[in-house]
Design a protein around this ligand. Structure first.
Ligand code: SF4
Length: 65
């Protein structure tokens, strides 16, 4: 599983970091960064919540083929 951040949409709200702190880091006045642990199965539910609640729908999950 890979998590993509659309840089055209991300406005740095940091909802993703609140929902999945192991998977995202949002610097002050910056855009979301995907952390190495984001693909771990144990954070999957948190990542899915982050994708759902991102206010600009900037996140997407790409499943491994
Ligand atoms: S919640 Fe969405 S808009 Fe906000 S920092 Fe995360 S990806 Fe960007």
């Amino acid at each position: 599983m890979k998590i993509l951040v659309d840089a055209d949409l991300c406005q740095g709200h940091a909802v993703c970091q609140d929902e999945a702190p192991a998977a995202f880091h949002v610097p002050k006045h910056g855009q979301a960064e995907v952390l190495p642990a984001a693909g771990d199965p144990e954070v999957r539910a948190d990542v899915q919540r982050a994708v759902r609640y991102c206010p600009t729908q900037a996140l997407s999950i790409v499943e491994d083929s």
